[in-house]
Design a protein around this ligand. Structure first.
Ligand SMILES: NC(=O)c1ccc[n+]([C@@H]2O[C@H](COP(=O)([O-])OP(=O)(O)OC[C@H]3O[C@@H](n4cnc5c(N)ncnc54)[C@H](OP(=O)(O)O)[C@@H]3O)[C@@H](O)[C@H]2O)c1
Length: 456
């Protein structure tokens, strides 16, 4: 592994150097173990601790297939899917691997008693498989997490519609939370040159998802002047949705749960902010019944912030807890666009407010190849910025995942894989200098809040 890292850190390594670098027989990776699937049985979700289920193991190097690349991973990031995987909810990811393994001899490689997680990476291509022309050893890349087969015509207009669509590192093996990763080369995109490895690794999954969900015509198709209610506006998805709303001439109404998170939204440029903890919304009276007066209270608050207008779009992902309110506060003809159900997937809402006011609920999931590419292009141009707040070494991925599980993080939490320290990998210092305050925004506010909590 040292030879690989030396080649990456050296400024004069050529593609031939990378093509000739000796590959190790095994590598270090963050894994789940199949024989531990039941380890949290009977515990409440909040008591399931990712530090217990995530292991750092030496695993054998998988065989490289056609159309694939082996990538040396400098940095990766924690996504909420790392949390779901690590607490085996709503289902164990080993079921995904078994099903994928039944597809072909090549996919059988993924069905193992361990699962290497991780759906983001920034790193360097080491080898490419048969039939790959667009990428070569030595290319500095990021990878999006859409894995498709595209043998069915269903996915030919929109690659997310492929019947064999999977999220790499969640529904497939050999993910990015490791020193090496195996991807299909159609997942590869150029690494934004002005970012460090850990900054470049952090937008991938959430940035692409927010792009499809909010900007793309496959999602809400946001337009200039739209009011957009963004739940969790400083979180993984929300921190990109807020940027897209601002960059696209819309007005984000940012919902967060603390003054620090409100500060982050303000620093991004948002003005309309709702602190849901301070304002104490209780959309559910008890387990079965919601309180429409609370929906109305939220709607009234939104009108206060917008000068009397309702929202054109709700950017939904908390799910059960907020969905009734989201449907209620959307304006006539507006769109509730949802990609998740963090607080529960059996939603309940009053359908009269949907049909009588001709509203639409749109389901959205990750992004197709092109949407992921467009989203990365905006990062590379310095139009959308990484929202990295904290970085952990690979061996502390369990702690990083616990932070996200307990909602104690801001924006994105990064993980250093092969990179020996933060701050490496910048190739365009001029573009970086132009955007430095925006690039560092989440990190600075996070550091300030850690300092304040130490002082208290
Ligand atoms: N379908 C897809 O392709 C896709 C892609 C990415 C993520 N997801 C899913 O989307 C969800 C969010 O992902 P993320 O990366 O944004 O996670 P995240 O970084 O944890 O951010 C989510 C934010 O939502 C807010 N939130 C959480 N529970 C809430 C509740 N009960 N009511 C109101 N707000 C709540 C929190 O913000 P405040 O506490 O500040 O309000 C939290 O920070 C996860 O379930 C994830 O699996 C789906």
């Amino acid at each position: 592994m040292k030879e690989i890292l030396d080649a990456i850190l050296s400024s004069d390594s050529t593609s031939a150097d990378f093509a000739n670098v000796k590959l190790p027989e095994s590598y270090r990776a963050v894994t789940l173990h199949k024989d531990e699937e039941q380890m949290f049985a009977g515990l409440a979700s909040r008591d399931k601790d990712p530090r217990k289920s995530l292991h750092l193991d030496d695993v054998p190097l998988p065989e490289l297939g056609p159309g694939e690349a082996l990538v040396a991973v400098m940095a990766s990031a924690v996504n909420y899917n790392t949390v779901w995987s690590s607490i085996f909810e709503p289902v164990s990811t080993f079921g995904f691997l078994e099903r994928y393994g039944r597809l072909s001899p090549l996919t059988k490689r993924h069905d193992l008693p361990y699962h290497v997680l991780g759906s983001d990476l920034a790193g360097v291509v080491l080898r490419t498989g048969a039939g790959v022309n667009a990428w070569k050893p030595g290319d500095e890349v990021v990878a999006h997490c859409l894995s498709v087969e595209l043998e069915s015509s269903d996915g030919h207009n929109d690659t997310m519609m492929d019947p064999e669509q999977r999220i790499w590192g969640f529904e497939t093996n050999f993910g990015g939370l490791a020193q090496l990763a195996l991807v299909k080369t159609n997942q590869l995109m150029p690494k934004p040159a002005h970012l460090t490895w850990e900054e470049a690794a952090s937008p991938g999954l959430v940035n692409s998802t927010a792009y499809r969900q909010l900007v793309s015509r496959n999602g809400a198709g946001m337009k200039q002047g739209d009011n957009v209610l963004i739940w969790g506006a400083s979180g993984g998805l929300g921190s990109y949705a807020t940027q897209y709303a601002l960059a696209g001439g819309a007005t984000p109404i940012c919902v967060v749960s603390s003054p620090e998170k409100a500060d982050i939204c303000r620093a991004m440029g948002a003005e309309a902010i709702i602190d849901r903890s301070a304002e104490g919304y209780r959309f559910w009276k008890d387990e079965q019944n919601q309180d429409p007066r609370e929906w109305k209270r939220l709607g009234g608050r939104i009108r206060e912030l917008t000068g009397g207008e309702d929202v054109d779009i709700v950017f939904e992902h908390p799910g059960r807890e907020t969905f009734g309110a989201s449907v209620y506060v959307t304006r006539k003809g507006g769109t509730i666009v949802t990609c998740a159900s963090t607080s529960g997937y059996m939603h309940q809402y009053d359908n009269r407010y949907l049909w009588m006011s001709l509203k639409k609920i749109v389901g959205s999931h990750f992004a197709n190849y092109r949407e992921a590419w467009e989203a990365n292009r905006l990062v590379a141009k310095g139009r959308i910025h990484p929202t990295l707040s904290r970085v952990y070494p690979l061996e502390q991925t369990g702690q990083a995942s616990l932070d996200v599980h307990q909602n104690r993080h801001q924006g994105k939490v990064g993980v250093l894989c092969l990179a020996p320290e933060e701050g490496l990998g910048v190739r365009d210092a001029e573009l970086r200098a132009k955007h430095l305050p925006s690039i560092n925004l989440f990190r600075e506010i996070d550091e300030r809040s850690i300092q304040t909590s130490r002082d208290i």
